[in-house]
Design a protein. Structure first.
Length: 394
């Protein structure tokens, strides 16, 4: 069954080598990867099957990892990964959400058969898809194995992107530009929020005339009115926009699961003075920070530059102002690695991709204006060209 790879075999081999190097530094002989984005990164696997147990087992002594998943998903692995057939293992349905057994018993037997059951095993212990029960059963089934915490090991390898990855993120950026324009054009007094959200979601999948989009890891975040005083609320399916509404837009384009996120703010009517002042301060601080942002800076130095840029405005943002992003599935397009905040000593490198996101949420409204950027050899490059402003309509 021929697979359709979106990267070269050499690209996957390079990723495997880098992950094995990270494993070796942490004293791991094997690694169990259950995060679907990390599975995709190492093998190409792309299926909406992460509601059941699935994963990739990588040994430092093998060039090709093992893929395991539900038997009915095994052909999906053959269609989307570079793995040979003898590295793909489908488990029977008796393990699916069973009350009497567990998929990790199958995994432990697979590892025993492969001579891996007594190795030092890294586990993504703080991943969304790894549970306490999985840990306890692996501990019970493989008592000779030393279980180690490999949380975000693959994620940190992913922070520096290849040229091929950056190419897909540029395509995602072109999609995002159309998505954001669709949102700004559609939102108006009397328009139902659900209708605007539906048009945005359609634009995310439709992509451009040249290529289509993937479903983004985060559903369109489009709160209005008082719902903008907090982060991460979506649209109100039973409400229509009204004059005097603030509308926050946190949207993304995605291409082969690689994202380009962007935030902007719309006001319906004549914006009040405090909102206009907040918008001006945030946009000015955003521009000044991006002018200085580049390789060699630490994540906390970027955040300090932002605070210096807005010190005179009275605007205060207690949360981080950005994070690494790229390849991901629900529920988040962030990579859970670099955070632009005090205490993060990560040194920015060329090839890192950062969503600079200085969202402000006050008691009665919010304001967002963000930029996804690529760290280059001499500074940073915006992925997206879209006006940095408060969009006033009506």
């Amino acid at each position: 069954m021929p697979s359709k790879l979106i990267f070269s075999q050499d690209e996957y081999a390079r990723r495997i080598r880098r992950v094995k190097e990270a494993m070796d530094r942490q004293g791991m002989e094997t690694l169990l990867v259950v995060d679907p984005a990390n599975m995709n990164y190492l093998t190409g696997y792309d299926g909406w099957s992460f509601y059941v147990h699935q994963g990739v087992i990588l040994s430092v002594d093998s060039d090709a990892p093992l893929w395991f998943g539900r038997q009915q998903d095994a052909n999906g692995a053959r269609l989307t990964t570079w793995l040979p057939d003898d590295r793909i293992f489908g488990y029977p349905d008796k393990y699916v959400q069973s009350r009497v057994t567990h998929t990790m018993r199958y995994v432990a037997r697979l590892m025993r058969d492969q001579g891996l059951a007594e190795k030092r095993l890294g586990l993504e212990m703080d991943a969304y898809w790894f549970s306490a029960r999985m840990y306890l059963i692996l501990q019970e089934e493989m008592p000779q194995s030393v279980l180690l915490d490999a949380t975000n090991l693959v994620n940190w390898v992913k922070t520096v992107k290849s040229e091929a990855e950056i190419g897909y993120m540029r395509e995602a950026a072109r999609i995002c530009e159309q998505v954001m324009q669709t949102a700004v054009d559609t939102i108006a007094p009397g328009v139902r929020e659900k209708d605007a959200a539906a048009r945005v979601a359609a634009a995310q999948i439709a992509g451009t005339d040249e290529y289509g989009g993937s479903s983004p890891a985060i559903f369109p975040i489009m709160p209005s009115a008082e719902r903008t005083a907090t982060a991460h609320l979506t649209f109100d399916a039973d409400r229509s926009y009204a004059a005097g509404d603030v509308v926050l837009l946190e949207l993304a384009g995605a291409r082969h699961r690689y994202h380009a996120p962007l935030s902007r703010t719309v006001y319906l009517g004549d914006p009040p003075e405090d909102l206009a002042k907040t918008a001006d301060g945030v946009v000015t601080g955003l521009k000044e920070t991006l002018e200085d942002m580049g390789p060699g800076m630490t994540a906390e130095e970027v955040e300090a530059r932002w605070r210096a840029a807005i010190a005179h405005t009275g605007v205060v943002k207690p949360s981080r102002v950005g994070y690494s992003f790229g390849l991901n599935y629900v529920p988040d397009w962030g990579e859970h690695t670099v955070s632009l905040r005090p205490g993060d000593k990560t040194i920015l490198e060329p090839g890192m991709t950062i969503h600079f996101m200085p969202g402000i949420w006050l008691d009665t409204y919010g304001f967002e204006c963000s930029e996804p950027v690529l760290i280059t050899a001499s500074g940073c490059e915006k992925f997206i060209e879209f006006p940095q402003q408060l969009f006033v309509k009506g």
